[in-house]
Design a protein around this ligand. Structure first.
Ligand code: C2O
Ligand code: CU
Length: 452
């Protein structure tokens, strides 16, 4: 069984109860000891939640952990009160407590949900799942397959390496890199397919810190959506589909081959490519003969307000700190601190010289105005920058204008790179803007904006 069960929480349906709790999972392989994890309803990934575009999602979080927690609905242009950020949009839910999330999912696409409390630990232990918002149109493919990739750090006993949680080396370098790759919580799972079948893979990178890239061997693959938003179909280049932490892609795969064929899906972000999963063609008759059909073009999501870059509010964001970053001091709510003082607070990264969450927002933006954020990465590491509650477009990279970039919610900014993004601040509330390398956000790479 490759696909976690779809679960619906829509219309007038009662609340879907999601209970994060300790459990065990055979994520290291069926022949290896079960791994102690934390999962929604005890599953890793948690149940995939599936609704139609425009539906109201109703989820009751029931905290079965011994720590406070929340759920964040990553990539949804959501009601601010439902965004799941402790200390900003809600109080963290104590052990045994509940919180009701109820919101409209305005855009079709592939999203995900995850804990937003002590995220670097709770997500690393397994607290995430897919949130799929269907298009109005009937299905354009034969079958959909979730493909949630994760990067675990296991110790010698094959358990989650707990000793290294909070390790300063990870926090000041590239984040918690793992040593074990899973897809849908399994090691190199078999995905049974039929010859001629057209699949829509919904890819997610839920790793704390590792950017991954997937290659479909000899199969024809086309990207049709990025971070949930439709893009004109494009074939994969030799680098495969690259996903920074928290990013998603929808990929159309046409299965060709004969019964019994095995076709690996490679993870190709390092020199040593890894098998992440494999398609195995069953001996059922082909779904169709001949070449695959026309490219799949997703219907656009509802019109959003046009970007007005000429009348935009400009926001500068200088990213500093980390190992080899030369950060000497930083401020917290106006108080200057030396790097030694900051390190004691485990803050080693800064935005505009400010380390960690501040009482004051990075910017106050009038509702409806276009905002342009100029990100300048002066650190020695890449950062996956995520904006809550909105979708943005890259409009400039390293001084060169970019046109036609997709709408997205998370963008990778490479070391020494400069990236300008633009969005229409049409969703009122307090919205985080942070690095999605979860050790970096915990160690200072976080700020927020107020849209009023
Ligand atoms: Cu997916 Cu603030 O996070
Ligand atoms: Cu980062």
């Amino acid at each position: 069984m490759i696909a976690p069960p779809w679960r619906v929480a829509a219309g007038d349906a009662p609340f879907l109860v999601l209970e994060p709790k300790p459990a065990t999972a055979l994520l290291a392989g069926v022949d290896k000891p079960a791994v102690s994890v934390w999962g929604y309803d005890g599953k890793v990934p948690g149940p995939a939640i599936r609704v139609r575009r425009g539906d109201r999602v109703r989820v009751r979080l029931k905290n079965g952990l011994e720590q406070p927690t929340t759920i964040h609905w990553h990539g949804i242009r959501i009601d601010n009160a439902m965004d799941g950020v402790p200390g900003l949009t809600q109080d963290a839910v104590p052990p045994g407590g509940t919180f009701d999330y109820s919101f409209i999912a305005p855009d079709a696409g592939t999203y995900w949900y995850h804990s937003h409390a002590k995220t670097w630990e709770q997500v690393a232990r397994g607290l995430y799942g897919l949130l799929i918002v269907e298009e109005d149109e009937a299905h354009l493919v034969d079958r959909e397959i979730p493909f949630a990739a994760d990067d675990w750090r296991l110790d010698k006993a094959g358990q989650i390496d707990e000793e290294s949680f909070g390790a300063m080396f990870d926090w000041s370098h590239g984040g918690r890199m793992g040593n074990w790759l899973t897809v849908n919580g399994l090691t190199d799972p078999v995905i049974p397919v039929r010859a001629g079948e057209r699949l829509r893979l919904r890819l997610l990178n839920s790793a704390n810190a590792r950017t991954m890239a997937f290659d479909f061997d000899r199969l024809a693959a086309q990207i049709i959506a990025i971070d949930g938003q439709p893009v004109p179909p494009s074939s994969l280049d030799s680098d495969g589909v690259t996903l920074a932490p928290a990013q998603r892609a929808d990929v159309i795969i046409d299965i060709n081959g004969k019964p019994g064929d095995t076709i690996p899906v490679w993870e190709v972000s390092t020199q040593h490519r890894l098998k992440s999963a494999r398609f195995v063609i069953s001996d059922q008759p082909p779904v169709r003969e001949g070449p695959p059909g026309e490219p799949v073009i997703l219907p656009p999501n509802p019109l959003r307000a046009e970007l007005m870059p000429n009348d935009a509010q400009h926001i500068e964001l200088v990213m500093e700190g980390g190992a080899m970053g030369g950060l000497r001091e930083g401020s917290i709510d106006g108080k200057m601190m030396s790097i030694q003082e900051l390190v004691e607070k485990k803050l080693v990264w800064a935005f505009n010289g400010k380390a960690g969450m501040q009482k004051k927002p990075l910017a106050a933006i009038p509702k409806g105005r276009t905002a342009v954020i100029n990100m300048v990465n002066k650190t020695a590491f890449p950062h996956a920058m995520h904006l809550h509650g909105h979708h943005f477009r890259v409009i400039e990279r390293d001084g060169k204008p970019v046109t036609g970039a997709p709408w997205r919610d998370t963008e990778l900014v490479l070391r020494n790179e400069q990236v300008r993004i633009a969005f229409v601040a049409d969703n009122p509330g307090k919205w985080l803007f942070h690095c999605h390398m979860l050790e970096h956000v915990a160690a200072g790479m976080i700020t927020w904006m107020n849209v009023a």
